[in-house]
Design a protein around this ligand. Structure first.
Ligand code: NAD
Length: 363
């Protein structure tokens, strides 16, 4: 029986890399009935919302989706469709494996990290008050009442950072369960609890409590986020599974992508209870829109993660091996994987997908 999967092509380079992923997934022979729905800036113009209800309904119904990147206006305009999807569907865990495939140029060898990012709270909660608004003024007033020592410069804009025990418990447990499933040895919690003693302090205390349940099975340690950044660019092999609140998870995802060849390679999954949405770590890279230039690997590997989630292990293995072969050969790869970015032998998005499909069929 065909499985129904929601496909959200996204915008910018989204439609190109999504099509590449769809074709590669189909080449594995797993029967999928795609339900294609649209979100993002183009939809905003037509429907007055970047995230129409039918998109949420489709993912709720099918319980599995794959999504191309969606642009979020910077500094003003509509709120992030990506964040809204994660929050509305309670896709609380963002799983981002960062694996270095042979053939990819990197300063390191043997990187095989798993980043687990909390997806529903932190500074991503979307609770913000703009400069000079009555709400920001009232909030400043209230905070001064609650904490007479609180100091503000005039008219600050304010973003709220909620961190809860409940959300921390489930993300840390998810990280430990992932470590067990993937036969990993260690979980590292990343925080800034020395400065944000309440929010990050709660994250760290809760992580320690959950870690006790796994004592003797999985090692646990913690790192302050700034130190973690330095450690990752100096000795990434010392780390295994990282668990982080939302914002640090976002930033360190790109850092880790940089260790394994760049954003064009890094896949991801947003997972809730019985529901999952797969998407690359990268964004919509608007400057490459419609140019058949973007690397489809991150989306194709997100498709591979989707096949694993669906229990299609052999199809997932074939797809991953096919990607690995194409990367190792280094012939049919996009500009970002060439030593020189202007290398005229760089291949296009769809041609790289063709090369991967050829390998899938030969395996
Ligand atoms: P980005 O990831 O889109 O691009 C940053 C740079 O990385 C690009 O200029 C390009 O050089 C490179 N890059 C990214 N993907 C690539 C690929 N597949 N192949 C080759 N090179 C690639 O980040 P940005 O420029 O900060 O964000 C652009 C837009 O995407 C913003 O609106 C942002 O909000 C959005 N975004 C969406 C998601 C998502 O949909 N989940 C994630 C991140 C950013």
């Amino acid at each position: 029986m065909k499985r129904k999967v929601t496909l959200i092509p996204g915008d910018g380079i989204g439609p190109e890399v999504s099509l590449a992923a769809q074709r590669c997934i189909e080449a594995t022979g797993v029967a999928i009935d795609w339900e294609i729905v649209h979100a993002g800036a183009d939809v905003m113009e037509k429907k007055g919302t970047p995230l129409p209800e039918e998109v949420l309904e489709s993912v709720r119904k099918n319980k599995i989706a794959i999504k191309g990147p969606v642009t979020t206006p910077v500094g003003s305009g509509f709120r992030s469709v990506n964040v809204a999807l994660r929050k509305e569907l309670d896709l609380y865990a963002c799983l981002r494996p960062c694996k270095l495939y042979p053939g990819i140029k990197s300063l390191f060898k043997d990187i095989n990290l798993i980043l687990v990012r909390e997806n529903t709270e932190d500074l991503y909660a979307g609770i913000e008050f703009g400069e000079g608004t009555p709400e920001a003024g009232a909030l400043v007033q209230k905070i001064r009442e609650l904490d007479p020592k609180a100091k503000f410069h005039p008219n600050p804009a304010i973003s709220i950072k909620p961190i809860s025990k409940m959300a921390t418990e489930r993300i840390v447990r998810f990280a430990f369960e992932t470590a067990i499933k993937e036969k990993r040895r260690k979980v590292t919690a990343v925080h800034k609890a020395n400065i944000m003693k309440c929010s990050d302090g709660l994250f760290l205390r809760t992580a320690r409590e959950v870690a006790r349940e796994y004592e003797g099975r999985i090692l646990f340690e913690d790192r302050i986020v700034d130190n973690m950044c330095m450690q990752l660019v100096q000795k990434p092999a010392e780390y295994d599974v990282l668990v982080l609140p939302n914002l640090y998870g976002d930033i360190l995802s790109d850092l880790c992508a940089g260790l394994i060849g760049g954003l064009g390679i890094a896949p991801g999954a947003n997972i809730g209870d019985g529901i999952a949405l797969f998407e690359a770590t990268h964004g919509s890279a608007p400057k490459y829109k419609g140019m058949n230039k973007a690397n489809p690997t991150a989306m194709i590997l997100s498709g591979m993660l989707m096949l694993r989630y669906l229990g299609e292990t052999s199809a997932a293995d074939r797809l991953e091996n096919a990607v690995a072969r194409v990367l190792k050969e280094g012939r049919f790869v996009t500009y970002d994987l060439k030593a020189n970015r202007n290398d005229p032998t760089a291949t296009g998005t769809s041609q790289m997908a063709d090369a991967i499909i050829k390998e899938v069929r030969s395996l």
